[in-house]
Design a protein around this ligand. Structure first.
Ligand code: BEZ
Length: 241
């Protein structure tokens, strides 16, 4: 007898620079068309393994508490797990009514949380990693820009809660790089020196090394920095998009 094998579900892994895969989904805030509904905004689209679990609860409380900080950088939050809508609603109500974590309590989650029981969206975004768990999403983070392009991708395993200061820093750094046409070095924070794009000609390399470019300091011709004050960064990326 011949057996017919069911093909494995298609899993894709969007990459930096790709358009964010489109989908329509039910959320705790109604239906969304993604990323079309977020055109013109930055988005942090993230997955969590399961409702009613402690690490995820601490993450949701932190995200909800920082929502205004992200909004100040024109950034919206959208969550997803492979649980159903009623589970999401019950979990978010429990968080608000019962859970304290650090100095957070009475926390209301008002950003949309997608239900994805079919795992269709999770598979589109490479959020299911069977080596870690085939029935839960890992902790994925996609940073999507106002044109709907994926700009950063970060993955964490089930046991590791995310660092939210780092997520905010990623938003600040990407927006600073776009606005000032610079790059940001290791551990950069607003106010730290930024990296000037590499010299494109021998003449520019020499000018920079000779100290003839105002405000630009070079360790060597390929490693040049300049100052952008925290105030200039903040007024550009918070007020100007
Ligand atoms: C948690 O969020 O606590 C969790 C979820 C899945 C596996 C392990 C921990």
């Amino acid at each position: 007898m011949t057996t017919i094998e069911t093909p494995a579900p298609v899993t894709t892994m969007p990459r930096i620079g790709d358009p964010a895969p489109a989908f329509t989904a039910q959320t705790t805030q109604g239906e969304i068309n993604f990323p079309a509904d977020y055109a013109g905004k930055w988005v942090i689209f993230f997955s969590h393994p399961a409702d009613f679990t402690p690490v995820c609860t601490s993450e949701f409380m932190t995200f909800a508490t920082m929502q205004e900080q992200f909004a100040a950088y024109h950034t919206e939050l959208v969550g997803l797990s492979v649980d159903g809508l009623y589970s999401h609603i019950a979990w978010l109500r429990t968080i608000k009514e019962k859970i304290s974590y650090r100095d957070m309590k009475d926390v209301e989650v008002t950003f949309p949380l997608i239900e994805d029981v079919s795992m269709e969206v999770a598979r589109k975004y490479g959020m299911i990693m069977p080596g870690e768990d085939s029935t839960k999403a890992v902790r994925a983070v996609f940073v999507i820009d106002p044109k709907g392009t994926i700009r950063a991708v970060i993955y964490y395993p089930l046991s590791l809660g995310r660092n939210f200061d780092e997520l905010l820093r990623v938003i600040q750094a990407l927006q600073t790089a776009d606005h000032f046409s610079v790059a940001t070095p290791a551990d950069w924070r607003p106010g730290d020196r930024v990296i000037v794009p590499p010299a494109g000609s021998c003449g520019t390399a020499k000018e920079r090394m000779d100290g003839h470019v105002d405000g630009v300091e070079c360790e060597d011709w390929f490693f040049c920095t300049k100052e952008i004050s925290a105030q200039d960064v903040e007024s550009a990326i918070r007020g100007n998009q």
